[in-house]
Design a protein around this ligand. Structure first.
Ligand SMILES: [Zn+2]
Length: 276
């Protein structure tokens, strides 16, 4: 699933291509009835058509397209969603075209093509962004995310530290890949109770979350299965992960076999020697 580095890569790619453009035609596939939230797809398409895109922003795993007239178009890609910019109106999307769920034609002849195999992605068109993203925790690469802030959020939770990292109301944008990678980087066992982390451990975790997200961003994200950027290309960070989906392989630091367990219902990978 696209996490912060993947959605931010898409945002950076799309911003120069969509900024200032006007949506001249919007279409949602009849076989994707749950894509548009809060109103029927035809009403959503009618309200989008004719609007100019002012700027692109991101909150956690949500992409925010701010439009003229104060409206915000919000997109969450969930498991297999992708937003691909096409210069020819999605015509060149040969392999994925049967998974094309929505198309937004632009005034320069290009288009934004929404492709989604499993159809779990969602979109909103809202006046008030807070209705969708208002409950998200701090941006982990932002200034508000300090070691003290993370400590306060962990201190009141009896859940495993990994479950808290995945909680979007605690920290926005971290998912299964980067939670496992950050906990390895910090030397912390994913199943450890959040409130039992020492102050030095929280400080290591804070630095580790920022480090793994920054590195993944510089690799244009991780493509384990479906993720592609706005040009339909894969990221590179899957080649550099230390524990995620390396079950049974030797730890790069100590040689012990990487273990896989369930934590909070999610598949979790860790080194039994390096992470305590
Ligand atoms: Zn190890």
């Amino acid at each position: 699933m696209p996490e912060l580095p993947e959605v931010e890569t898409i945002r950076r790619d799309l911003a120069p291509r969509l900024g200032g453009r006007t949506i001249v035609e919007a279409w949602v596939a009849p076989n994707a009835p749950k894509l548009v939230q809060g109103e029927p797809p035809d009403a959503f398409c009618r309200r989008l058509t004719g609007r100019a895109i002012r700027e692109l922003d991101r909150r956690g795993k949500y992409l925010l397209l701010r439009l003229e007239g104060g409206l915000t178009w919000i997109v969450h890609l969930r498991m297999t969603g992708a937003l691909i910019h096409s210069r020819d109106g999605c015509e060149s999307l040969t392999g994925e075209s049967r998974f094309l769920r929505a198309r937004f034609k632009l005034d320069d002849g290009g288009a934004l093509c929404y492709v989604d195999l499993r159809k779990l992605g969602t979109m909103w068109l809202v006046d008030d962004e807070a209705a969708v993203v208002g409950k998200l925790g701090p941006e982990p690469l932002g200034e508000a995310f300090t070691p003290d802030e993370l400590r306060a959020r962990l201190a009141r939770r009896a859940a495993p530290v990994k479950a808290v990292l995945l909680d979007q109301a605690a920290v926005a944008g971290v998912g299964n890949i980067y939670a496992d990678e950050a906990l390895f980087e910090a030397g912390i066992r994913p199943s450890k109770q959040a409130r039992r982390l020492s102050r030095p451990a929280v400080e290591r975790l804070h630095g580790a979350v920022r480090k793994v997200l920054t590195e993944a961003l510089s690799d244009r994200g991780s493509s384990f299965r479906d993720y592609v950027d706005a040009e339909g290309e894969q990221g590179m960070h899957q080649l550099r992960v230390k524990v995620f989906r390396r079950t049974g392989e030797p730890c790069y630091a100590c040689g012990a076999a990487i273990k896989r367990v369930k934590v909070g219902g999610r598949s979790t990978h860790y080194c039994p020697k390096c992470q305590r």
